[in-house]
Design a protein around this ligand. Sequence first.
Ligand code: KIV
Ligand code: ZN
Length: 517
Amino acid sequence: MSDYVYIFDTTLRDGEQSPGCSMNQREKLQVARMLEELGVDVIEAGFPAASEGDFESVKAVGDLGLEATICGLSRTRRGDIEAVARSLDTAQNKRLHIFIATSPIHREYKLKMSKQQIIDEMCGAMEFGKQWFDDIEVTAEDAGRTEIDYLTEYFQAAIDAGATVLNVPDTVGYVTPSESRKLYRHLSDHLKHDGSVILSCHNHNDLGLAVANALGAIEGGARQVECTVNGIGERAGNCSLEEVVMALRTRHDRYDLRTGIDTTKLYPASRVVTAVTGSRVQPNKAIVGRNAFAHEAGIHQDGVLKHAETYEIMRPLDVGVPENSLVLGKHSGRHAFSNRLEQLGFAVEREKMEELFVQFKALADRKKSVYDEDIEALVLGTEQSGPWHLDAISIHTEIEDTDQSAEASLKLRFNGQAPRIFSGRGDGPVNAIVNAIKSVLDEELHMEEFQVSAVSGGSDAQGRCTVRATIGASRYQGTGLSTDIVEASAKAMVSIMNRHHQHQGRDVNAPRVAAAV
Ligand code: KIV
Ligand code: ZN
């Protein structure tokens, strides 16, 4: 069996299904370029049949000309398969990923199909897909709760129909590591093929076992791991890319396996995904959390100073944690700026780099010190991407004993049209902004969370406002950044509107069904 483990990244598909982690096209391209730099083998770019927006994003990733294989998800429907084929027609290396559920509970309640009907449906989809794809991955959704003999029969049919990769997801994060190993061992021992078919694992983290289960799967013979940066994904998330890669590398003595990942890009990759989604990793998150390499106890500090390996099984540099946090300022030149961008994990084209450098200089004129977070915000400019654009904001407050003492007027532009003013009143500036935004929407908006924090040190720090809200039935997260926190709040609200706009018209059943119980 090969000693190479393929890394299949699904940050842009399963990861994007995390509540509040939706990304716009520009952000997805940024993540895709970063994944290529990281060295992943396969990028699952999305589910093209889900909506026009998803189709366009998968197409845009395919058009980047990356070396990684670009994969599109599809149900067994012909329309879905055609959508993947059209969206990936320019991709250098492409893969079709077909899924249908196999477990008894899905067969009975969701699909209302017999075992044989499901196999026939999958084989029919394979036949149809083969006219565009040589590389086809077949998934048995909820494989973790599927009868093992039936699962073996399903995958044997997929092999006979020409599948190149067999994906065995634990869709609901139910199995344990030893069960996972046993399941893959069984499939490795019983499936008949010419040796070229790869077994793939896809583990959800509902019991906090996703990485352990992926390692169990690898021990049982899996040679592709489906994972996401920072472990984002449906509900409790997916197997974390950085954790599984570093487990294989750090415990090479145990596994004797390798991946194509440049581990020094893991930390920058995590930062890019955090900046794009606005979803921060917990401080004690393995590999990329703020405290992952921080030694607090005196005995530990003493040990590390004497010999790092006393308490460190990995070096921060191995995963790309920068030794220092370099602060740039108005005297920093192009070279220092582009160097820092690279260290932060951003692959930026020359023209874009020039544009960013001009913006960086303008920021450095306003702010004495420019920190990494400021640079990330410059590159991503999250709050202003989408059809809605905030041109200006004015706030009027009166010190009065009334619950409507503030008025906000937002000058908003939609798709470059002439600006319009939307106003709202409230018991403070933020409440007034929210009410002004509500007057734009034709669906109910509920605020769930509102946070403002300084992105860096210094009294001139930019404020980052993070808002979680639902519009209608969908939940969004938006961020806004400014040296003025009221403006940051308005930008965060506009970012929510842009994300809502992007998701309107999406076939809501399509992407969510993929991982729903
Ligand atoms: O969790 C799951 O079953 C999935 C499949 C579509 C691969 O995400
Ligand atoms: Zn999944």
